[in-house]
Design a protein around this ligand. Sequence first.
Ligand SMILES: NC(=O)c1ccc[n+]([C@@H]2O[C@H](COP(=O)([O-])OP(=O)(O)OC[C@H]3O[C@@H](n4cnc5c(N)ncnc54)[C@H](OP(=O)(O)O)[C@@H]3O)[C@@H](O)[C@H]2O)c1
Length: 300
Amino acid sequence: MSFPRPWPSSLLLANTLRPLRTLPPPRSSRTIHTPPNLSGLNCVITGASRGIGHAIASHFASLKASCFLVGRDRTTLSAAASSLTASLTRPKFTPDINYVVIPDVASAASWEEIAKACPRPHIVVNAAGVSQNRVFLRTSEEEWDKVLDTNLTGTMMGCRYAARQMLRMKNGGVIINVSSLLAVRGGKGAVAYAASKAGVLGLTRALAEELGPKGIRVNAIVPGYIETDMTAAMNPAVVKSVRDRIPLQRFGTVDEVAEAAVFLATNKYANNCDITLDGGMSAALSDPPKGGSSQVVVPH
Ligand SMILES: NC(=O)c1ccc[n+]([C@@H]2O[C@H](COP(=O)([O-])OP(=O)(O)OC[C@H]3O[C@@H](n4cnc5c(N)ncnc54)[C@H](OP(=O)(O)O)[C@@H]3O)[C@@H](O)[C@H]2O)c1
C-alpha cells in the first residue's frame, strides 16, 4: 500500500537532483538559532555553588533570567555569584544574580528561606546532590539517610516549594530535576545513590501528570559521567575504565548539561521529558567494567 506524499513528486525529483547546498534552509531555522530570552523570569537553582547547578545558573543568567543561587556555604556561594556576574557582564547587560544560603536542601526551614528570597519562581532546578562510593553491605543507615535525604527529599522539597508558589502565581512554571544514569542502569557501589535518583525520576513522572494541567511542566535531566568535583574524586584508573565504555570516549561537560536545562525550560511541550546525556554510555552498559570485579566504578 502506498501513502500519499505531502509534496508534489516534481519537487521531490528536483530536490533530489539539485546539489544539497542549494536546498533552501528549513523554514524553522531562524527560530532554532534565536537564543531564548528569559528576561523577567526568576530561576532558583540548588547546588549552584559549583558543578552542574552553577553551569545551569550561568546559562540561565546569560539568557537574562534573574537567578537565585542556592547553596550551603556563604563564602563559596558569594564567590560563585561574583564570578558569574563578572563573566556575564557586557556593555549593555548586567546579569541579575542573587544567592540564598541554607543549611540543607532537605530541611523545610531552608525552603521557607528560599521562598522569602524568591516568592515568585518561574523555573526551579533541583541540582543539589551527594554521591556515594561504597558497596551495599558496607553502607551504614546514616549514609543511606544522608544520600536519600539530600537527593530525594531535597528534590521533593524543591518541587513542593515550586508547586506552591507557582500555583499561587497562576501562571504555570517549570521544574527541572537532576537525576542520574544510575537511576535506570547499573549502580554497583552506589545503591543508595541509584535508589535516590530512581526516586527522582518517579517523583518527576508523577508530578508531571499532577501539575501538567495547571501549566507546571516537570522534567528531568539524566546525566551519565560529567566533569565536576564529583567525578574529579574518582580514581584515575577507574576514570579510564569508565571512559573506555562511553561511545564518545569522554565525560560530558557541565555546559552540555546546562544546554539541556535551557531546552527543558523553554520547550513548551516538554513535560515528563527525561533527557539522557551520557555520550551513549547507556547503549553499552551491558559490557562488564574493566579493572576487576571488586572495583567500585560509580562514585557519582
Ligand atoms: N557529575 C556527574 O557525573 C553527575 C552524574 C549524574 C548526576 N549528577 C547529579 O548532578 C547534580 C550536580 O552534581 P555535580 O557533579 O555538579 O556535583 P558537585 O560538583 O559535587 O556539586 C554538588 C552541589 O550540591 C550541593 N549540595 C550537596 N548537598 C547539599 C545539601 N544537603 N543541601 C544543599 N546543597 C547541597 C553542593 O553545595 P556545597 O557547595 O554547599 O557543598 C554543590 O553545590 C547532583 O544531583 C548529582 O547527583 C552528577
